[in-house]
Design a protein around this ligand. Structure first.
Ligand code: SAH
Length: 371
C-alpha cells in the first residue's frame, strides 16, 4: 500500500464519522504529498457543504480600540510597544460602523480590542452592546476583548452580546508560556474560556499556526483541545512576525512562510472533519500571506466565516497585530466588493442578513437546526 493509500484510509475514517484519536488527527495533518492534501481539502469542503451548505457567514469587523494591558510577545499592539498610536473609536463611529455592517447585509459584527478590565472599559462595552442592539435592524454581536471575570461576561450577555472569541493561542502549556510573559497563564486563559460558556456565549477559540518550535503534533493536540472544550467556533491563522515585538525576528524565510500557510489550510480542513458543525473562520492572517487567494483557499478547505473590516480606515494602520495586514487603506465598501467577487469566483454564496449562529451551538442548546 502506498503512503497516500494509507493516508486515505484515515481520511475515510474521519469521513465516516469515527471519533479520531490524537495519532489519527496528526496523520490527517500530515498528508504525504500534494495529491493527498488535495483530497483532504476536498473532503472537508464536501462535509462543510453537506452540513452547512455553500453559504459563507459574514461578520463586519470593528477594531474599536488598540489600548492593551497585556504584553504578549507576538502581538503588535502589546502594551510595551511604544510605536503604536493608541486610540479608542468614539461611540458614534463604532455605531456608524455597526450600522454600515447591517446595511451591507452582514448580519453580525465582531467588536475586537486590546484587553482591559477596568470598569470604565467594561461599562463602555456594555453601553455599546445596548446601543448597537437599539439600531434598526441590529447585527448580532460577537466580542473579542480578552479575559474577563464571569460577572463581566454575564453583564455583556445580558446587554445582548451573543458570541465571544478567545483564542487559547496554543493548547500546549509550554508553547503558551514561551510566547507570553509570566503574567499570562495558560490555566487562566482556559478558565476564561469555560466562563464564557457558563455565561451563555456561543464560544470560539483558536490558535496561531507556525509558531517557533510548534510541530504538527502540537497542532493535533490543539484540535483535540477544541473538541474536548466543545467550542462552537474556531478562528485560527498563521503566526506572522511583527517587527516591533520580541518575536519580530522569528524565522520568516519563504519556506517558513509557505509552511505556515499550508499548515493553516490543513488545520482548517482537519478541524472541519473532526468538529464537523462548528463555524470556522477563514482569517485575515491567511489573506495577509496570500492577498489574492488566501481567504478563498481557507473557504475551500472547509471554513465558513469571513470577517471583512467595516471600521474607519483612519484606525486601520494603528491596529497591526502583525506585519502585512491587508486592506490597510480600503474602506468597507471596497472590501465588500472584492469579497463578493471572490466568493462568486469560488462558488460560495454570502449568507445575507443572517446572524449566522453556529449549528453546533443550536444543537447543544437544544434548538432547531435549519440552515
Ligand atoms: N485582545 C483580544 C483579542 C485581540 S488580538 C484577546 O486577548 O483575545 C486577536 C488575535 O490576533 C489574537 O488572539 C492572536 O491569536 C492574533 N494575533 C496577534 N498577534 C499576531 C501575530 N503576530 N500573528 C498572527 N496572529 C496574531
Amino acid at each position: 500500500m502506498t503512503a497516500c493509500q494509507r493516508y486515505l484510509r484515515t481520511l475515510e475514517l474521519a469521513r465516516s464519522g469515527t471519533k479520531l484519536n490524537l495519532r489519527q488527527i496528526e496523520i490527517l495533518l500530515t498528508p504525504p504529498d500534494r495529491e493527498c492534501e488535495k483530497q483532504l481539502f476536498d473532503a472537508a469542503l464536501k462535509l462543510k457543504r453537506e452540513l452547512l451548505g455553500n453559504l459563507v457567514n459574514l461578520r463586519g469587523l470593528i477594531e474599536f480600540s488598540n489600548i492593551c494591558s497585556r504584553d504578549c510577545f507576538y502581538c503588535g499592539i502589546r502594551r510595551s510597544n511604544p510605536k503604536v498610536a493608541r486610540y479608542t473609536m468614539s461611540e458614534d463611529k463604532i455605531l456608524h460602523s455597526a450600522a454600515l455592517a447591517s446595511e451591507f447585509g452582514y448580519g453580525a459584527v465582531v467588536l475586537q480590542s486590546g484587553e482591559r478590565s477596568d470598569r470604565k472599559f467594561t461599562e463602555q462595552v456594555t453601553d455599546l452592546i445596548k446601543k448597537i442592539n437599539a439600531l434598526p435592524n441590529p447585527p448580532a454581536i460577537t466580542l473579542s476583548c480578552g479575559e474577563q471575570s464571569l460577572a463581566t461576561y454575564r453583564q455583556w450577555v445580558n446587554a445582548g452580546a451573543k458570541r465571544y472569541l478567545l483564542r487559547i493561542e496554543s493548547s500546549s502549556p509550554e508553547l503558551f508560556s514561551a510566547i507570553h510573559p509570566s503574567s499570562a497563564s495558560f490555566t487562566a486563559r482556559k478558565a476564561a474560556l469555560r466562563r464564557l460558556r457558563k455565561a451563555g456565549f456561543q464560544t470560539g477559540t483558536g490558535v496561531m499556526i507556525g509558531l517557533p518550535g510548534q510541530t504538527l503534533h502540537h497542532l493535533a493536540k490543539d484540535i483535540k483541545f477544541f473538541r474536548d472544550m466543545d467550542v462552537d467556533m474556531i478562528g485560527m491563522g498563521p503566526f506572522l512576525p511583527q517587527e516591533d515585538t520580541p518575536m519580530g525576528d522569528a524565522a520568516n524565510d519563504p519556506e517558513t512562510i509557505r509552511r505556515r500557510f499550508d499548515w493553516s489550510l490543513r488545520m482548517i480542513a482537519v478541524t472541519r472533519l473532526v468538529l464537523k458543525d462548528v463555524n470556522i473562520a477563514s482569517t485575515t492572517a491567511l489573506q495577509a500571506l496570500d492577498p489574492e487567494n488566501g481567504r478563498e483557499k481557507g473557504l475551500l478547505a472547509g471554513a465558513n466565516v469571513i470577517m471583512p473590516n467595516v471600521g474607519d480606515v483612519e484606525y486601520r494602520k494603528d491596529y497591526q497585530l502583525y506585519n502585512g495586514k491587508p486592506a490597510l487603506d480600503e474602506n468597507g465598501e471596497a472590501i465588500r466588493k472584492q469579497l463578493l467577487d471572490s466568493l462568486r469566483r469560488i462558488g460560495e454564496t454570502p449568507r445575507w442578513n443572517s446572524s449566522g449562529d453556529p449549528i453546533h451551538f443550536i444543537k447543544r442548546t437544544g434548538g432547531d437546526e435549519k440552515i
